[in-house]
Design a protein around this ligand. Structure first.
Ligand SMILES: CC(C)(COP(=O)(O)OP(=O)(O)OC[C@H]1O[C@@H](n2cnc3c(N)ncnc32)[C@H](O)[C@@H]1OP(=O)(O)O)[C@@H](O)C(=O)NCCC(=O)NCCS
Length: 159
């Protein structure tokens, strides 16, 4: 079940993503990422996937950011993975990514996940700082993970 988490903080409103958000999400992916950007088709698939949770942040009614997380299982149990996190540059440093992450973490916990994993470019200092602030720990480096040859930093948080 999706859709019962709502959060309003200082003009920031978080709600589950819907198919009507795909266009805005795609535009933001283009703004935030280059070759790694998800296509509109991929975003639409993720919004509807039973194993995914997608949340949108609005700032004073403007589309300001979104997050997508997936759930999966391994031999240790159910875990979450952050798939993408995008905040419009006009609304950055206002706590939007922090609220989106908190919302997703809470939803993953409710879904029974005990850990959350993510990959981030090793040179994306602001995102690494954000994730460490949110309690993620550095796990390992995956060489040449991204198509431009940049290594990934794998991070993990116990939920
Ligand atoms: C990384 C990103 C998601 C941060 O979004 P945001 O809404 O600005 O983040 P927040 O306002 O919640 O910031 C929380 C903390 O993260 C850190 N942080 C965020 N942006 C930072 C920056 N430009 N420089 C240094 N630290 C930064 C700070 O510690 C910040 O706390 P503070 O503002 O109290 O100092 C946003 O810059 C973005 O969308 N970047 C492009 C896409 C991307 O890199 N996504 C993540 C990789 S998967």
């Amino acid at each position: 079940m999706r859709g019962h988490l709502n959060q309003a903080t200082c003009g920031i409103h978080v709600r589950p993503a819907t198919e009507g958000d795909v266009e805005s999400m795609y535009a933001l992916e283009q703004m935030c990422f280059d070759v790694e950007a998800f296509s509109a088709h991929q975003l639409q698939y993720l919004i509807n996937a039973k194993t995914a949770y997608s949340f949108v942040a609005e700032y004073d009614d403007a589309f300001a950011g979104f997050i997508i997380g997936l759930t999966n299982r391994n031999r240790f149990g159910k875990y979450g993975r952050i798939y993408t996190l995008d905040v419009d540059y006009r609304f950055r440093r206002r706590g939007i990514a922090t609220i989106l992450l908190k919302t997703l973490m809470e939803r993953l916990r409710q879904a029974g996940c005990t850990n959350c994993f993510l990959e981030v470019k090793v040179d994306n200092d602001k995102a690494v700082t954000l994730y460490e602030k949110m309690g993620f720990e550095r796990s390992r480096i995956v060489p040449n993970y991204y198509s431009d040859g940049v290594h990934a930093l794998k991070m993990k948080k116990t939920l």
